[in-house]
Design a protein around this ligand. Structure first.
Ligand code: NDP
Length: 449
């Protein structure tokens, strides 16, 4: 494992293959009967212990994540706090897996929620343990056992979590971590007949191949994929606040965020003022050593990602201004704002997954909605205006799974998160996430003599 800020070797981890995936599935299968049979209150207790242990080891996990993923330590601490919160939130779920009673003739019909069985979790490198926890917690709460394949670039927090979980009382075999490449280990999980479901976060391209592969065994699939979200700023908005908030909405995690508002749509009459306000905010961003307390943005994850992101910065790119970044070793890329950007330009259409924002002018509300929806994706977005009725009209018209008004919030433990269109299907987090890890069973009990 490399450290993206230095390109130095952080750790060496043995690379798993198909045999290790099969062994992990066997272990998860062996652990399933006891785990699903555990009393709901006892399963809740284990989830609370997982939350406590993550909270106790928050600093250790945050440093590991910051170094391995190259993210600012303050962000990594926030994410580890979210991991603990996620386990705590879903510790309420085992005792609330409610069913219905349904009136029928000749007896009583009711529904129960059964676990799916062994579920496969395939996760990316941008928010490694946080995204894993969004899947692990509801899956475990519902009585499933799990095989987790973290991204090969960033497996360290998942491996440490698995150790901590055993210490916290999670029975052996309930969570199994396999570190290996997606094309072999991930593919085997998709093909494996004993895996009931794949929960995936990553690129739309791989998501498509997972959905196709899962069709062979009719596996359940939830997909959280790419995005090209719009930050829509109307001229009547509090422009100072909108401009101050815009950098973190697109440059957070060095832009490697599926919710990144990488298109900033600004009403034409406000473009000059907005850019004037945005420039000092971007230039003030502190880009540097992830472990420095003052750092707001780290490097990109890899040399490959640096090459991909750099490809958007060709000679014809309308660069308005850039922030700064360290020079020398490490996968550094300075935050960059392009303006004005034509909606047909590549930077306005493709997911950059790096710190580049495209400022696109619009004429009126209808134009803003058309531009916001002019993408194959539909994950997130923001609307800035002081006109409440317009905020609600636009929020209903923009086709994304999550939207915030006068804010750039996307993800909360307590609210559903996921995409429209090619940003995926299924929802994570919030009160209904266990639905994606259970089957509804209808039972009829005859009362005839
Ligand atoms: P991928 O979609 O390739 O990787 C995500 C996960 O899927 C990793 O664990 C990966 O394993 C695994 N994987 C890869 N190929 C397969 C396969 N054929 N079958 C099963 N699992 C597989 O994302 P990348 O890391 O390559 O990133 C590329 C782009 O994807 C980014 O630039 C960004 O646009 C998007 N992305 C979106 C994310 C999101 O949050 N929605 C997160 C990450 C990326 P491994 O990496 O170990 O080989």
């Amino acid at each position: 494992m490399l450290e993206p800020a230095t390109e130095g070797v952080l750790a060496e981890v043995a690379r798993a293959g198909v045999a290790e995936v099969d062994a992990a599935v066997d272990a998860a299968g062996a652990a399933l009967p006891a785990w699903r049979a555990l009393a709901p209150g006892a399963r809740a207790e284990v989830l609370r212990a997982l939350a406590d242990t993550v909270a106790e080891h928050r600093e250790e996990l945050a440093v590991l994540e910051a170094r391995n993923a190259g993210k600012a330590i303050a962000d990594a601490r926030g994410e580890m706090g979210m991991v603990a919160d996620t386990f705590r939130y879903y510790s309420g779920a085992p005792e609330r897996l409610l069913g219905d009673t349904i009136p029928v003739a000749g007896g009583q019909a009711f529904t129960v929620r059964e676990p799916l069985g062994v579920v496969g979790l395939i996760t990316p490198w941008n928010f490694p343990l946080a995204i894993a926890s969004w899947k692990l917690a509801p899956a475990l709460a519902a009585g499933n056992t799990v095989v987790l394949k973290p991204a090969e670039l960033t497996p360290l927090t998942a491996l440490r979590f698995a150790e901590l979980a055993i210490g916290a009382g999670l029975p052996e075999g309930v969570v199994n971590v396999v570190v290996g490449p997606g094309r072999t280990c991930g593919q085997r999980m998709v093909d494996h007949p004993a895996i009931a479901k794949i929960a995936f976060t990553g690129s739309t391209e791989v998501g498509r191949s997972i959905a196709a592969g899962a069709a062979q065994t009719i596996k359940r699939v939830t997909l959280e994929l790419g995005g090209k979200s719009a930050n829509v700023v109307f001229a009547d908005a509090d422009l100072e606040t909108a401009a101050a908030a815009a950098p973190s909405a697109v440059f957070g995690n060095a832009g490697q965020d599926c919710c990144a508002r990488s298109r900033i749509l600004v009403e034409r009459s406000a473009v000059d003022r907005f850019l004037e306000l945005l420039e000092p905010e971007v230039k003030a961003l502190r880009v540097g050593d992830p472990l420095d307390e003052a750092t707001q943005m780290g490097p990109l994850i890899s040399a490959g990602q640096l090459e991909t992101v750099s490809s958007f910065l060709d000679d014809s790119a309308p660069v308005a201004f850039r922030g700064s970044a360290p020079e020398g070793r490490g996968f550094w890329f300075a935050p960059t704002v392009m303006a004005p950007v034509e909606p047909s330009l590549r930077v306005a259409r493709e997911e950059v997954f790096g710190p580049i924002a495209a400022v696109i002018p619009f004429d009126d509300e209808a134009d803003a909605v058309t531009l916001a929806n002019d993408t194959i994706y539909g994950l997130s977005g923001s609307i800035w205006t002081r006109d409440g009725a317009r905020a609600l009209r636009v929020a209903r018209a923009v086709e994304t799974g999550v939207l915030s008004i006068n804010s750039n919030t996307s993800v909360r433990v307590t609210t559903p998160f996921g995409g429209f269109r090619q940003s995926g299907y299924g929802r994570e987090l919030g009160p209904h996430a266990t639905d994606a890890y259970t089957e509804v069973k209808t039972i009829f009990y005859s009362t005839e003599d």
